[in-house]
Design a protein around this ligand. Structure first.
Ligand SMILES: Nc1ncnc2c1ncn2[C@@H]1O[C@H](COP(=O)(O)OP(=O)(O)OP(=O)(O)O)[C@@H](O)[C@H]1O
Length: 236
């Protein structure tokens, strides 16, 4: 049974579709990379999956024990986030917010969870530091710890490591691989980099004028060709 199903989705703004009739499903433990040119609708698809935006048509469903509020999200970094005036611990524990309901404070269990996730992401020693004084790579580790406070099941990452140096980027991709392989956390990641996608993903969704969805192996075999000519491959 799939954790996430997108069925005949049409997405866009003000009733005008950017993508039409998109169907794919994600199983627990999958690592899906979403590829596509600038403006093809990758971020819009993520927002729709997260329920931040309604589809024009079709639906997004969760299954296999996943509830819609158990999807962790790591957004593209904006200047506002980079300058966020809070301590690392405050940023991480805010990931528990979805669990609090109307309770205006965090429980001991939530504080312990935040500490555990900071350790896991290698930023435990920075917990009292101000978030905005960290390096870009450290900030992304903090945001990963925050997302892991929200969920241990599935993470959505929107070009999470853009603009970081190659060494730091490599370490962060290793961390994501570990979460996927060791902890079985499902990963859905937007990427611009086809090589990164082919190195790490189990499945590829390539959106644009044509759409390809399939395993990485299927993509290598016929996906790129399908994107070029629009026939002979892909499960649309
Ligand atoms: N809030 C909005 N209102 C109207 N149109 C929007 C809005 N946000 C994005 N768009 C348009 O929707 C299209 C898809 O944008 P989206 O950000 O989903 O693309 P993307 O594939 O994530 O691009 P990039 O790779 O540049 O991040 C673009 O043409 C964009 O201008």
């Amino acid at each position: 049974m799939a954790q996430l199903v997108c069925q005949n989705l049409s997405i866009g703004y003000d009733g005008k579709a950017i993508l039409n009739d998109l169907s794919f499903s994600v199983n627990a433990g999958d690592y899906l990379c979403i590829l596509g040119e600038n403006g093809s609708g990758k971020s819009t698809l993520m927002k729709t999956i997260l329920g931040l935006q309604s589809p024009i048509n079709g639906k997004v469903m969760t299954g296999d024990g996943l509830r819609p509020n158990e999807i962790g999200y790591l957004p593209q970094q904006t200047m506002v986030q980079k300058d966020f005036p809070a301590s690392v611990r405050e940023v991480v524990i805010s990931g528990c917010h979805g669990r609090c309901g109307f309770r205006p404070f965090y429980s001991r269990k939530e504080k312990e969870l935040a500490d555990k996730m900071m350790e896991k992401m290698g930023v435990g020693h920075l917990s009292k530091c101000c978030y905005r004084e960290l390096s870009g790579g450290q900030q992304q580790r903090v945001l990963l710890a925050r997302a892991l406070c929200a969920t241990q099941k599935i993470l959505l990452l929107d070009e999470p490591f853009a603009g970081l140096d190659p060494k730091v980027t490599g370490q962060l991709y290793e961390l994501i691989d570990e979460l996927n392989h060791r902890d079985g956390i499902t990963i859905i990641m937007i990427s611009h980099d086809i090589n990164i996608a082919l190195e790490h993903a189990s499945h590829i969704l390539h959106i644009g004028k044509n759409v390809f969805y399939g395993t990485k192996e299927e993509y290598v075999e016929r996906g790129a060709w399908h994107m070029l000519v629009g026939s002979g491959g892909g499960k649309e």
